[in-house]
Ligand binder design. Structure first.
Ligand code: PHE
Ligand code: CO
Length: 282
């Protein structure tokens, strides 16, 4: 390992703790790593004006998740804990489902702390600190969304017990990661997977290929998703209250009903869908 790799590897070391957390070790980031953050931040900041929803943009402002450097989790938490009683904890990468849900249910967002390399600016298959902090944390300053994320964590623990995790994971995918919202000014982005992606932040709103369909809880839980390409369908909420209210009931009977229904393909459109835009297809 070269000395540079040693520093980067420090942010991916496995945890020895039961909750999989590690220390962010902020002082170990190199100048090049901060520079990569700056490049990503400036690019998305410019793209997201008029594309991301007001709640997201307000969150970025409130956190002072600034352009200049990879944020120190301790500084973010000072703001976040006061605002919505959430905090960010460092993890080396993806963690087991039960651990992930346990963190969310306790209002802790598990975030990676390593940053992608310069040759991965446009696309990375796994989450890094730019996706996790810039993508997810600003929305956690919104009180309704913050409560939704906690409820999702509790729902995740239940889905695990009921063997329904595949279904519930689709809801996370099509809302938290790839959700759109209808506003008076037009469609806007709130999904983390979109706001942290240069290509998809334009594609999801402006490209004729993908479907844009009204949010429908059970329908979403039947819909498969693509993890290796831009989405073929986006689901649009009318507001964060709609999301929170629709997901408030106990999902146990929903899971029973879903077990009898076939899965839907990512690009499929049903006669019962509220179609905002019918995609031309890939
Ligand atoms: N109400 C859901 C349940 O009982 C939990 C949940 C809340 C799931 C919010 C997703 C989002 O399982
Ligand atoms: Co994510």
């Amino acid at each position: 390992m070269t000395p540079k790799e040693t520093v980067a590897a420090r942010h991916r070391e496995p945890s020895s703790r039961a909750d999989f957390t590690i220390e962010q070790d902020w002082s170990a980031y190199s100048a090049e790593e901060h520079e990569i953050w700056r490049t990503l931040f400036r690019r998305q900041e410019a793209l997201l004006k008029g594309r991301a929803c007001a709640e997201f943009l307000a969150g970025v402002g409130e956190l002072g998740v600034a352009a200049d450097a990879i944020p120190d989790f301790r500084m973010l938490n000072a703001v976040l804990e006061r605002r919505t009683r959430w905090s960010v904890v460092a993890v080396p990468g993806l963690v087991p489902d039960a651990i992930f849900f346990e963190h969310l249910a306790n209002r802790r967002f598990p975030s990676t702390c390593f940053i992608r390399r310069r040759d991965q600016l446009d696309y990375l298959q796994e989450p890094d600190v730019f996706h996790d902090l810039f993508g997810h944390v600003p929305m956690l300053t919104n009180p309704v969304f913050a409560d939704y994320m906690q409820a999702y964590g509790e729902g995740g623990l239940k889905a695990l017990r009921l063997g329904a995790l595949d279904r519930l994971a689709r809801l996370y995918w099509y809302t938290v990661e790839f959700g759109l919202i209808e506003t008076e000014a037009g469609l806007r982005i709130y999904g983390s997977g979109i706001v942290s992606s240069k290509g998809e932040s334009v594609y999801c709103l402006e490209d004729p290929r993908p479907n844009r369909l009204g949010f429908d809880l059970l329908r979403i839980m039947r819909t498969r998703y693509r993890i290796d390409d831009f989405q073929e369908s986006y689901f649009v909420i009318r507001g964060f209250e709609e999301l929170f209210e629709a997901t408030r009931p106990d999902f146990t009977p929903y899971y029973l009903e879903l077990a009898r229904l076939p899965d839907l393909e990512p690009g499929e459109v049903l006669s019962t869908d509220r179609v905002l835009h019918r995609g031309r297809g890939p």
